[in-house]
Design a protein around this ligand. Structure first.
Ligand code: CAA
Length: 258
């Protein structure tokens, strides 16, 4: 499938997806989101890929949904099409580890897209915000929900009601991003981090992701119960036998991803 709005590279077991509409700061148009969903479908089926990095360009991860494309849509258009659901939510349902590597603007849908990834590495020039209020609308791709869960009510309200942007340091302080790195080292650092994840057992990483995600969907007791069952299930995986044998025999584990 030829890609017009994205670039896709593979680095051994890691796939790097780059938004590629730099002339509009990677504004997320429908065609770009359809491409992204298609690429994620393909990567999920590809057993040789065990981790993914999603990034943008030096100036922007993505400056939000494409305002010029959506400005004339009617209520019926967006309701019938379930706008910002189809294709957009594909990131949230992606089962393999996916890291957002954010440089420059991550605004509106761009910030929401990064929040759908498993964690965010930020360049020191990254800027995060939910500026929809300035356009007479509200976050629609999970911003009010995921943001509030990850950074708490006060910071989420501050961002959503004022539309102000957070620099990388403030984003790190409030837990929106896992770490901040120099802008020119962002992609290398993200690839290194993804390679480390990909060096572990693929199915066990998927189970680990599923377990952490349960924390955002369930009560504590139910989440712990789910975790316990997932933990027990790893004892049926060859890689758990290999990992524990390798530790006991003081050698490096050779995971077969089974
Ligand atoms: N949609 C469409 N085009 C966009 C865009 C967007 N979200 N963001 C930037 N662009 C375009 C600009 O229109 C401009 O194109 P032209 O040269 O053809 O005019 C180009 O990208 C460069 O942008 P600027 O000239 O504005 O660059 P700047 O450096 O002066 O400002 C900015 C950068 C502060 C990010 C500014 O572009 C901006 O405020 N963008 C909009 C951010 C925004 O409101 N995002 C939320 C969108 S709504 C949403 O995402 C809803 C949701 O929850 C799903």
């Amino acid at each position: 499938m030829p890609l017009h709005y994205l670039e896709l590279e593979t680095h051994e077991a890691v796939a790097l997806i780059r938004f590629n509409r730099p002339q509009v700061l990677n504004a997320l148009c429908a065609a770009m989101m359809a491409e992204l969903a298609g690429v994620l479908d393909q990567l999920e089926q590809d057993h040789a890929i065990r981790a993914v990095v999603l990034t943008g360009t030096a100036e922007a991860f993505a400056a939000g949904a494409d305002i010029k494309e959506m400005r004339d849509l009617t209520y019926m258009d967006v309701y019938r099409a379930d706008f910002v659901t189809v294709d957009w939510e594909r990131i949230a349902s992606f089962r393999k580890p996916i890291i957002a590597a954010v440089a420059g603007f991550a605004l509106g849908g761009g910030c929401e897209m990064a929040l759908m990834c498993d964690f965010i590495l930020a360049a020191d020039n990254a800027r995060f915000g939910q500026p929809e209020i300035k356009l007479g609308t509200i976050p629609g791709a999970g911003g009010s929900q995921r943001l509030a869960r990850f950074v708490g009510k006060s910071k989420a309200m501050d961002m959503v009601l004022t539309g102000r942007t957070l620099d990388a340091q403030e984003a790190e302080r409030c837990g929106l991003v896992s770490r901040v790195v120099k802008a020119d080292e962002l992609v290398d650092e993200a690839l290194l981090t993804a390679s480390r994840i990909a060096s572990y057992s693929g199915p066990v990483c998927m189970l680990a992701k599923e377990a952490v995600n349960a924390a955002f969907e369930t009560t504590l007791a139910e989440g712990v119960r789910q975790e316990r069952r997932l933990f027990h299930s790893t004892f049926a995986i060859d890689d758990q036998k290999e990992g524990m044998a390798a530790f006991s025999e003081k050698r490096r584990a050779q995971f077969s991803h089974r």
